[in-house]
Design a protein around this ligand. Structure first.
Ligand SMILES: Cc1cc2nc3c(=O)[nH]c(=O)nc-3n(C[C@H](O)[C@H](O)[C@H](O)COP(=O)(O)OP(=O)(O)OC[C@H]3O[C@@H](n4cnc5c(N)ncnc54)[C@H](O)[C@@H]3O)c2cc1C
Length: 645
């Protein structure tokens, strides 16, 4: 059998159709991205007009291969008539593609990809990891026609007058493809630009989040501020959203991909400590540096300082700024919104690089632009460097006290914190009876803990202050019905006790092998915490859900870790979380004490903050990122209909 060059052309054209047909068969005609959809319809029509019936029912490849096979088998070579026929076929296809390309070029700014138009977009299923359809209420598109046409670098038009989001146009699948090609050119090197399905999925979803997720189109590894600028400029040129990623420990779907295509900017390799100024008590590092590595480095170098923000194991400075994190130390040192970040270097959506401050400990030169980026979840800028304020490392002692109930435990904490010894309390953590049982089950301790509501204390200071504070703590907890109070005997035991608290999530998972756990986080004025915990436990029990509770009780912040096995239980967990958040807001609290908003908590912002405050946030976002390219679909609620009642 001889294969003629024209056969190859038929096959190539046929492959294009096969791609379209597969798309349609898998996801329906409306799921075809706009250009391919239009090209497919147009070229089919053009071909039909020329006497070729290459529709969905008679797949092109079959007829093409059939034709070429027929000719080669019957006569051994292609006849003149065939060449003419094939020529018409190819010409027809090229004509159709050209027409649709022309239409696409000129009409694109007012069109949206068909996938978004129909509201059906592909996502990864929470429990099974399979693909599912997702409504746009979860992953929203925003901006305005005026804003989308504003386009270029720093090109901001009338944003202060129009404070709500409308609809910008994101790049088409072809634009995404062009952006990927340009990224490859701009960042040469092995694995700098990744498009393997595994990498896209892993970077776009989290084992800690059960909100709908979506893979990215491309993952890019950044090594410098310059790299980030290049990626941001390409993202803007092709209007492809860009999502920063650090340690990937955030919980509310913060770094999931965007349905029309997105660039995941992985900053985890930018993890160097650049400078330590021991005398000034500060440190300069890249955004991918992990808080634990920073503290280990300081310890290993014999520097008696540490960085007190302690969120999840593996979290990075960039992500911690992104979520406005805190952790167990917040009761003594406050949160990321205190002044632990002295200065940050940020790449803005315009591609400009700014520093928010100098290294001085304090400054009243204008308002605090550093704060603008803390808790902004990568929606306003990408942090590429940070100067951290450090605190003196102080000797600590760890103690544990058991209580008959949460109410007694919480009132003991309030009283302790209000004594003159309060500042010596570095951490107070509440673990409910279920959590204590989970730690025992996970086999993390040699001798099982009593299964009761328990407080873990870290008391800090000189040996005398620790002794005096411990006496006061012991006296107060006993007055509040504590049945048992004990110190860790050795430093090793103290370390273990604290580790157990940090690994609450993994202990909870161990109680029910094969289950998954949804972690949620709310915060209320401390005095309201017992009521909230009590009502929540009752509610979860009524819903037949198993859970553990851990709380940074000194701040009124607590996490419910709720287990589920299947879709039905997952739905029920989602409803319970909604009731819990609602309860917290009604107690003058917040939908998130430290994990941030991401995808999961956007619907509560208006209820919590009020419409005008949310409008102000949107106005700032519009001003800085008029094309809404930085982490779209996160943090900002779309409009009032998202407000839960
Ligand atoms: C077991 C466990 C325990 C946890 N305990 C706590 C806790 O006690 N306290 C607490 O606050 N949180 C806790 N968390 C949540 C999590 O650790 C924090 O939210 C943390 O701050 C996220 O950091 P990350 O580097 O993993 O960020 P990522 O998950 O990578 O990103 C978080 C957000 O920041 C953005 N971002 C990342 N890098 C940058 C950058 N360079 N510039 C701009 N934006 C960026 C991302 O786009 C995303 O929106 C816990 C999580 C787990 C799994």
């Amino acid at each position: 059998m001889t294969v003629h060059w024209t056969d190859l052309m038929i096959i190539l054209t046929g492959l294009f159709y096969i791609k379209c047909v597969t798309f349609v068969l898998l996801r329906g005609i409306s799921s075809l991205p706009f250009t391919r959809h239009t090209m497919f319809r147009l070229s089919t029509r053009v071909l039909a007009a020329r006497g070729y019936h290459l529709s969905l029912r008679s797949s092109c490849i079959r007829s093409c291969i059939g034709t070429s096979y027929h000719h080669s088998s019957s006569s051994g070579h292609t006849t003149q008539e065939d060449v003419l026929r094939i020529g018409k076929f190819v010409l027809g296809s090229l004509l159709a593609m050209g027409t649709s390309y022309y239409i696409f070029q000129y009409r694109e700014p007012r069109l949206i990809p068909a996938r978004l138009e129909t509201g059906a977009t592909t996502t990864i299923h929470a429990t099974s990891g399979e693909l599912e359809e997702l409504s746009p209420a979860h992953l929203q598109r925003r901006g305005s026609d005026e804003l989308s046409s504003a386009g270029g670098a720093g090109d901001i038009t009338d944003v202060f007058g129009s404070s709500s989001f409308s609809t910008p146009t994101y790049g088409s699948p072809e634009d995404v493809q062009k952006a990927i090609e340009e990224l490859r050119d701009a960042l040469p090197g092995k694995n700098r630009v990744q498009t393997s399905p595994d990498s896209l999925r892993v970077h776009g979803s989290s084992d800690h989040s059960y909100h709908p997720s979506c893979p990215h189109s491309v993952v890019v590894m950044a090594y410098s501020t310059d790299d980030v600028v290049k990626v941001v400029n390409i993202s803007r040129k092709y209007k492809v959203p860009i999502i920063a990623l650090g340690g990937a420990t955030s919980i509310e779907g913060h770094f999931t991909g965007f349905p029309s295509g997105s660039i995941c900017l992985d900053l985890s390799a930018m993890n160097s400590i650049l400078e330590i100024n021991e005398t000034d008590g500060d440190l300069r590092c890249q955004p991918g540096a992990k808080w634990e590595d920073i503290n280990n480095t300081l310890k290993d170098r014999g520097i008696p300082l540490f960085f007190p923000l302690d969120p999840g194991p593996g979290a990075t400075i960039g992500g911690m700024i992104g979520t406005g994190c805190s952790g167990t130390n917040a009761v003594r040192y406050g949160t990321a919104k205190a002044e632990w970040f002295l200065n940050i270097t940020v790449v803005l959506p315009s591609g400009k690089v700014i520093k928010t401050r100098r290294r001085a400990r304090k400054s009243s030169a204008g308002f605090d632009t550093t704060k603008l980026f803390i808790g902004a979840e990568g929606t306003l800028g990408i942090v590429t460097e940070a100067t951290l304020r450090l605190a003196p490392r102080v000797p600590t002692k760890v103690a544990m006290a058991q209580f008959p109930d949460v109410e007694k435990a919480v009132s003991a904490v309030q009283q302790i914190l209000n004594t003159p010894h309060g500042p010596h309390i570095q951490c107070v953590e509440l673990l409910d009876d279920h959590m204590m049982a989970a730690i025992n089950t996970a086999g993390l301790v040699d001798a099982p803990y009593p299964v009761q509501d328990t407080l873990f204390f870290k008391i800090q200071g000189s040996p005398e202050s620790i002794r005096d504070t411990s006496n006061v703590v012991q006296e107060i907890v006993q007055r509040h019905g504590s049945t048992r109070f004990e110190f860790a005997a050795t430093e090793e035991e103290a370390g273990e006790m604290w580790e157990n608290r940090k690994y609450a999530l993994f202990s909870t998972l161990a109680t029910q092998p094969g289950s998954k756990v949804w972690t949620t986080d709310v915060c209320v004025p401390v005095s309201r915490l017992p009521q909230l915990v009590y009502e929540t436990k009752e509610d979860l029990a009524k819903a037949g859900l198993k859970s553990t509770i851990v709380g940074h009780v000194g701040d009124g912040n607590f996490h419910a870790l709720i287990l589920f096995k299947d879709e039905e239980e997952l739905r029920s967990v989602g409803e319970a979380v909604h009731r819990l958040v609602h309860r917290a807001i009604q107690m003058d609290g917040t939908c998130t004490g430290e994990h941030g908003v991401g995808v999961g908590k956007t619907e509560y912002l208006v209820e919590e903050l009020g419409e005008d405050t949310v409008e102000l946030m949107k106005t700032i976002k519009n001003a800085i990122d008029p094309l809404n390219l930085f982490n779209p679909g996160k943090l900002y609620p779309e409009n009032n209909k998202d407000k839960m009642t």
